[in-house]
Design a protein around this ligand. Structure first.
Ligand code: CA
Length: 223
């Protein structure tokens, strides 16, 4: 089992590295967020322990980029602040768990083991809703067996909707997760992107999967 620790506090990183290595894990550590993201994307880790405040690129951005690229590796967030909004943001971005610093190693180890036990079910390579199928790692989407010709952004948007099937996603959440920026809520960028996506995913088919929830956002589901 390989674990990547992205943490710029050397003491914390060394402490985690030692404890996890002694517990039988193969551990890599990285201090810089940008380098950490590259490592996470290029090597197959079973779990990532991720700090929020990092040089190069912060933990939020690392997590959202991983999830956008279809990488479903379990992520345990380390957060220094016991702020509810931090935890909510981490979980919304796709973190699997979080731990508030300072923490006891025994608690971290228990959570790591729990996440690893849960992981196989979550790391499914493909998801299917009705006759729509998404192969995340291969960035491939098909409907009724026919490949959908999607741009990278359209694929990210569809992946988000599919991962959160049945959940109404606000425009702001979609903007943050797919574009990694904050749009003013009155912008129609998201609506335009959804319209383009629908023209490929829904328009040619009788059964519609992407639904508008007036005044709230969008949901993908098999109704
Ligand atoms: Ca830090």
């Amino acid at each position: 089992m390989r674990i990547l620790i992205i943490e710029d506090e050397r003491k914390t990183a060394a402490f985690l590295n030692k404890g996890l290595s002694e517990s039988g894990f193969v551990v890599d550590t990285e201090e810089n967020g940008e380098q950490g993201l590259l490592l996470a994307l290029s090597k197959g880790y079973d779990l990532i322990i991720l700090d929020v405040m990092l040089p190069g690129r912060d933990g939020w951005s690392i997590l959202s980029t991983l999830r956008q690229s279809g990488n479903q590796v379990p992520v345990l967030f380390l957060t220094a602040r016991d702020a509810v909004q931090d935890r909510v943001k981490g979980l919304e971005l796709g973190a699997d768990d979080y731990l508030i610093k300072p923490f006891a190693f025994s608690e971290l180890l228990a959570r790591v083991r729990l996440l690893l036990r849960r992981a196989p079910a979550r790391q499914s390579e493909t998801l299917q809703i009705a006759d729509l199928e998404i192969a995340f790692a291969r960035q491939k989407a098909t409907r009724g067996g026919n490949r959908l010709d999607l741009t990278a952004k359209e694929f990210s948007l569809l992946s988000l909707l599919v991962r959160r099937t049945g959940e109404v996603l606000s425009r702001i959440l979609i903007a943050e997760q797919v574009w990694d920026i904050n749009f003013d809520s009155d912008t129609n960028v998201i609506d335009v992107a959804i319209r383009r996506l629908r023209s490929k995913v829904d328009d040619p088919f009788e059964k519609k999967l992407i639904h508008t929830v007036r005044g709230v956002g969008y949901v993908l589901e098999d109704r």
